[in-house]
Design a binder for this molecule. Sequence first.
Ligand SMILES: *Cc1c(COP(=O)(O)O)cnc(C)c1O
Length: 222
Amino acid sequence: MKSNLEAFELFKGTLPKEVSLIAVSKTNPADVIKELYDAGHRDFGENKVQEVCEKYEHLPKDIQWHFIGHLQRNKVKYIAPFVALIHSVDSERLLVEINKRGEQNDRIIPCLLQLHIAREEHKFGLDQEELSIIIDKVRSGDFPYVRVKGLMGMASNTNDVKKIKVEFQGLKKLYDHYRRSYNDGETTFNTLSMGMTGDYQIAIEAGSNMLRIGSLIFGSRQ
Ligand SMILES: *Cc1c(COP(=O)(O)O)cnc(C)c1O
């Protein structure tokens, strides 16, 4: 059987250079993360506030913790001091709270706006109109302690490759639209987080530049 590290390095070797890889370590213990850390990897993804806080406590402080799960407003305060990127901003009220906690911690918190691209599935994510309203407010300076770095989306959980492709391509189109109009000199809006173990190839073809990969590296979760 391949070790996690072997699986990780084999997989990483197949990726185009411009695609970054978040190792989704949720449910895996600290020593499993440490193995990848010791081999030089720094970006890990978690979807539970309590779990990421415990791992942050016990693991090296230069790990970049990506928060990828649904985030409740009353829990933002726990991750605000250290989180590297929140992928899952799915409401304006959540962004207001992140901005407030950023100010309290005297740091600008990097975020992605999560789009609801799988129409019949998944509860969370913004629609296009909500996205447009939020981006306008971000641009007019309403959220000085937040940096919107790009977009995130999860495709339908299906074997229908065509359907997944359409969903990812739709997200890429939105991303390109905002990337063109957003960047006034600075290229801070540069991240498109899409693709997991089951659909990463389709995501890369559609233009993803950040993958969130769990089971392919760590094996299937219980
Ligand atoms: C768990 C999770 C992943 C990784 O899923 P795998 O199928 O194990 O690669 C990616 N994104 C989100 C939001 C997740 O919750």
